[in-house]
Design a protein around this ligand. Sequence first.
Ligand code: SAM
Length: 246
Amino acid sequence: MHFHVVTLFPEFFTSPLSSTMLDKGRERGAIDFSVIDVRDFAHDRHRVTDDTPYGGGQGMVMKVGPLVEAIESAAAGGARPRRILLTPRGRVFDGEQAERLASESALVLVCGRYEGVDERVSAVVDEEISIGDFVLSGGEPAALIVIDAVSRLVPGVLGCAQSAAEESFSDGLLEFPQYTRPAEYRGVAVPEVLLSGDHGKIARWRRREALRRTLEWRPELLERADLDDDDRRWLEELRGRGGGDG
Ligand code: SAM
């Protein structure tokens, strides 16, 4: 997977893209990055990439020409990568979208700034994504969130593929509780079953705890989760006890 990031602030990506999982993924050859500076596509010697909005109003708008040419420069000559504009009006990003994007071979992530981008940029992208119903000052943090969430689903990025398969949302539920040494801390003990070595019992306990947590914190997820009869019986029992905290 090759991520092309189109931005006015290339330096924003220097540290995040060269640390931990992302750098390891690059070393393993599973992912790669190109950061494209929109200013390199400005049409004048002052490298201007924004202008005042037609019709008046606050702030500046990113100009269409430099942005479109920067987007088109990504993988020019090769297969056309899927193009994504980061914008608060886009479809809200979630685990399903991350999985869908992880199956692409290349993505272009377009970061807006100021009051946003000229509307005509929308015509050259394939989709628009928001990372939530709030407004950031730029698309760069949103692009990093998409890169991180998608990368961990690309084969070869995580050391252990099972890690992504067992995490929150992977099966429509929140993750079960995790513990590590010591077995007791300030009087709070790790649940006995986890020390039992009985993998069947551990798996059953984890499934039930995942259901309990989801019922308690994100009950709406249960409507779309893949549940069997045992899960449904357990949820009924929990509801009978007064919710997920019983
Ligand atoms: N005036 C725009 C509006 O009201 O929708 C907001 C512009 S925002 C200050 C600047 C840039 O940050 C946007 O062009 C977009 O790229 C990015 N951005 C802001 N919030 C975002 C969000 N929730 N998800 C994705 N990108 C976002």
